[in-house]
Ligand binder design. Sequence first.
Ligand code: RUB
Length: 316
Amino acid sequence: MPSRLLLSTAKKIREMRIRGASKIARAAAEAMVEEACSIKAASPTEFAERMRIAAGYLLKTRPTAVSLPNALEYIMVPFEKAAAQGLGIGELRTIVQSRAREFIENSLKATKMIGKLGAELLGERRVIMTHCHSMAVVSIFAEASRRGRVMLAYVKETRPRYQGRITARQLSELGVKVHLIVDSAALYYMDRVDAVLVGADAIALDGSVVNKIGTCFTAMAAVKTGKPVFVAAETYKIALKAKTGSSIPIEMRSPLEVVSNNFVRKYRGIEILNPSFDITEPAMITNIVTEAGILSPPFSHSIRKVVSELGYRIEG
Ligand code: RUB
């Protein structure tokens, strides 16, 4: 069994007290450090096995955000190499610590860089519609505000978990004027906005974007009214095993996020469906802002290019 601390982080991620793809990844990396420090193993083999168990637990918490397996692989691939070479417990522990800390640091830097590149991409576009809550998106607003631009955000509330309220609060604190709207008002207000800007949980190699349920619908409304759709995502959200969006698993969450327990008990014949994410096809996306640059269509080309420049390995 992993330590109580790791189990508690896993529970927080599962229950969405830690949420958002980049925060999930960083929390998992931090949990791996804590685990490496707390394990008292009799041999390097036992230490390695317990680290694998810990990574496995974290991996199972949420299935869609590819940032989570990518963060764990960032730590575990060199770890496994070192374990196979017969390194001692102390050295193995150091590898986990340094890789995890490096991942966290790079992740924070990447979000900041996305802010800069995204603010440039927005240019004179000041009225932006967004969905859910993405730190990459907030970073772009923060940078645009820092540059003295007066921004107005149409923030969709994002049922059933209302992450839009977090975005609304954070943008408002940045000095952005905010209109919080119900999800179904997206098309109604679309003609007043200059662009749609959303985050991502995973990006397939063809440029399909997996993000909070309702993203695709918002993108469709934007396309219908001729507005650009920008996606902000760190490169560790690229799903290196997914040629298209359809191979990325979509998390189904509890009906109790949608209706009360009483409702479920009273209307047993009603099946409540609660998919947490959807897939926006590449043809609907104008640009993807990453820390390594702004990607343009055809995404199947620009994503593979950035992946190879970064030295990431496409699998399968
Ligand atoms: C969050 C969500 C966010 C992405 C990107 O979903 O869809 O848009 O995770 O966020 P949930 P970030 O609330 O279900 O985790 O840019 O912060 O990584």
